[in-house]
Design a protein around this ligand. Sequence first.
Ligand SMILES: *[C@@H]1O[C@H](CO)[C@@H](O)[C@H](O)[C@H]1NC(C)=O
Ligand SMILES: *[C@@H]1O[C@H](CO)[C@@H](O)[C@H](O)[C@H]1NC(C)=O
Length: 330
Amino acid sequence: MFLLVLLASTLGLQAEKVGLLYMHGCGQSFDHPGNVDFKNFVEQNTGVTVHLIDAFNDLAAPPTESSITPMWIQVPAILEQVKNISAQYDKIIAVGYSQGGVIWRAMIEDWNNHNVDTFIAMASPQHGFADLPQDFLVTIKDYVIDSIQGASANNLRHNFLKAFLYSKKVQNVFSPSNFFLEPAMYNLYKNTRFFPRLNNEVGPDSEKQRQKKNFERLRKFVMVGGPDDGVINPWQSEIFGFRTVDRKIVSMNETEFYKKNLFGLRTLDEKGCTNSRTEQNSNAGQQGLQLSGSTNLLEVHHNGKSNSKEDQVTGVQAEQETQLEKSDPH
Ligand SMILES: *[C@@H]1O[C@H](CO)[C@@H](O)[C@H](O)[C@H]1NC(C)=O
Ligand SMILES: *[C@@H]1O[C@H](CO)[C@@H](O)[C@H](O)[C@H]1NC(C)=O
């Protein structure tokens, strides 16, 4: 529903031809049932064609192409495909789920004169993650440790694991480590290949300016996240918040990325281009936040309604939402 409202506002562009491109999350494939539901739902309700990006699917350790392939390999390859699809449209709506939203930000920053009108990041760790999700040890063991000779799962302890995530070996075989950002290990983060560059913390000035200009070109940037995510830690990263070294959670406008306006986030926010929604969904976890099926989309919207404190939807949108609600089948 919320997405429909956004799409409706995007479609206000009228005669322009608009397409939606959806990048799946880590561990998924493009044709995961939830993603197909999402496509059908949006197409049936809006008439906008949805392209589920068929690249870097599922889980398998490199050198196989999969969703844990390093970001610096995924991003340029997916962007080639995206440019090709986007050429059919005047404007596109970029939707990224979880890691897919980080991939999208990287593509947008790298793509000069892009035609992305609206960027919607769902349950996506835009400020990275600083702590490990519950099932991470299992994932690490299955997909990383088993692919690195001599590593012993028994020796793993939390902090060791964190430093381990920053090692070249893990960086090269496990994409989530590419957007790991533990403030207490800032120097290790800063030496990694992907995220500090994306965040314009390192790199030549000309490149920083280019990336910033591309990001600022967005007309609208929407983030959806929530405390029951269960995977992204802290979950506030999904709405560009984060936690500090002394474990205090700060909101987007208190982060260094925002305050220094490193890549244009503050520019967009000050122009009123940024919306974030906090969804409280009791049963869903990250899958629920994915909003990747019509049911989830509606459920999350309804569950989030009563207590979405950070809801910054404008009056106009709220009104449209109410009108749409009347024809809501649920
Ligand atoms: C671009 O799209 C065309 C037509 O859809 C296809 O034939 C071609 O292989 C695509 N090229 C790339 C690089 O994906
Ligand atoms: C920063 O964001 C918070 C939460 O969204 C908001 O309550 C606060 O007013 C903002 N501060 C400024 C200075 O804009």
